[in-house]
Design a protein around this ligand. Structure first.
Ligand SMILES: Nc1ncnc2c1ncn2[C@@H]1O[C@H](COP(=O)(O)OP(=O)(O)OP(=O)(O)O)[C@@H](O)[C@H]1O
Ligand SMILES: [Mg+2]
Length: 425
């Protein structure tokens, strides 16, 4: 019987491969001549990538998996996830690839999400449709083969990061009361900011980092089914704030394209984070990403100040109950005192945008002195399904009402950020 590696082992294996020297050998496994040709065309667009073609079906991969996969940093296989023999072949391949090798699946175009999830769970790094172009495949291959330094306490001091010209925007997401949905909003807003127009085929238009600063209760890692590797705990333990290259290695990568700095899964006191730590993390990430979305701590700690000072926009998530609106008002006053020029936008979660504002809605706007700007409808079943799948609900149900609401929110946020930037000039 074949012993399957766990997801964590596969992650470690991948990190190992990225650090090795043999990063340019790619194996393509398909009976279709066009797929072999496509991989060769993509490799031809990259420097120093050798392609080894195996004109066989993945379903036939059994004992011979080791011979096929051995020595390659990347295996690109033509897979039908609804074919049991193909999936068994994939399991054999996962067990046989050398530690750290990545697998890209090329599949037919209209794949159900359950099949996507099944491939991800087995350790497939990327899933691409057969209609992918050589350029798109080249981009994915480049990203998969890219060296990624490991995060270990024993790592030598990181080299100074190359100067970056990016100056990403920072969006802070806070909630009026616990459980209002701040983490869900941060996650799904971040996903829509990627600007992906298709599920599998398109590379994100923007790079987006998600930061879980809810130090003690943060659950973004769980929501994305990503295991914390201890990077933030390590940053907090060290006296010196992290530099850009350490931060780059600390980010966990989700198949959606989101990168996450997860909250520590070990208990840490809120004071473990200093103003300098928070400043360095945000500056480092803003230099590397187009957008940085921060899930804020619920406590009013001293290191809120560097977040509020750097944020271009604050999203305050609430419901329209009287206690939540009162709490919202208190928070708006607090944030405005700390950061008088920071635009604050209200997100009403679990409520569909009404066609006509009711009297309580109008009253809430009056109390807040602010428009109830964004609305996200309630969908318990879909939300639960997304959480179980470990992905943002906008990805689990990309055509649903919730996804539409988040797309609007992302577009609105980008407009507000652009307006604030123009005003600051
Ligand atoms: N629009 C929605 N429809 C249905 N359920 C939702 C919606 N938004 C959030 N939820 C659910 O509500 C629960 C709380 O959401 P979430 O964890 O995002 O809130 P939070 O404000 O971050 O909470 P905490 O204060 O614990 O950090 C989660 O189970 C989430 O799946
Ligand atoms: Mg939360």
């Amino acid at each position: 019987m074949t012993t399957q590696p766990t997801a964590a082992e596969i992650g470690t294996m991948r990190a190992g491969a990225r650090m090795s020297d043999e990063q340019s050998s790619v194996c393509v496994l398909s009976t279709a001549q066009e797929i072999g040709d496509l991989v060769e065309a993509a490799a031809a667009l990259m420097a120093g990538v050798a392609v080894d073609r195996h004109e066989g079906a993945i379903s036939e991969i059994g004992e011979g998996a080791g011979a096929v996969a051995r020595g390659h940093a990347l295996v690109i296989a033509d897979i039908d996830p609804q074919n049991d023999d193909d999936m068994q072949g994939l399991r054999n391949l996962v067990a046989a690839v050398r530690p750290g090798a990545a697998i890209i699946a090329i599949t037919h175009n209209d794949l159900p999400l359950s099949a996507v999830r099944g491939l991800n769970r087995l350790g497939v790094a990327e899933i691409l449709p057969v209609s992918v172009t050589a350029q798109e495949l080249r981009d994915v291959m480049r990203e998969t083969l890219e060296p990624e330094p490991a995060v270990t306490p024993a790592a030598p001091p990181a080299a100074p990061a190359a100067a970056s010209s990016r100056s990403g925007t920072i969006i802070a997401v806070a909630s009026a009361r616990g459980g209002c949905g701040a983490s869900t909003v941060a996650l799904n807003l971040a996903h829509q900011l990627l600007g992906r127009s298709g599920l599998f085929s398109k590379k994100p238009r923007h790079s987006v980092a998600l930061v879980d600063f809810d130090l003690q209760f943060g659950d973004l890692g769980t929501l994305l089914d990503l295991d914390d590797r201890g990077a933030l705990a390590q940053i907090l333990r060290s006296g010196t704030p992290p530099d850009e290259s350490f931060l780059a290695s600390a980010m966990l990568r989700h198949s959606s394209g989101l990168h996450l700095l997860s909250a520590p899964n070990e208990p840490v006191p809120l004071e473990a984070m200093s103003v300098d730590h928070a400043s360095a993390i945000l500056d480092g990430l803003a230099a590397q990403y187009d957008h940085v979305v921060v899930d804020m701590p619920r406590a009013l700690v001293a290191w809120l100040e560097p977040i509020l000072r750097r944020a271009g926009l604050l999203m305050l998530v609430t419901d329209t109950s009287v206690p939540s609106i009162r709490q919202c008002k208190r928070l708006i006053d607090f944030y405005t005192e700390e950061a008088p020029t920071l635009p604050i936008e209200i997100v009403v979660n679990r409520e569909k945008r009404p066609l006509v504002m009711s009297a309580p809605h109008k009253e809430a706007q009056k109390v807040l002195g602010s428009e109830l700007r964004h609305w996200v409808p309630r969908d318990d079943r879909m939300m639960r399904r997304a959480v179980d799948r470990g992905e943002p609900v906008v990805r689990a149900a990309p055509r649903g009402d919730i996804a539409r609401a988040y797309s609007k929110m992302a577009a609105g946020a980008q407009k507000s950020l652009a307006a604030a930037r123009t005003q600051a000039k």
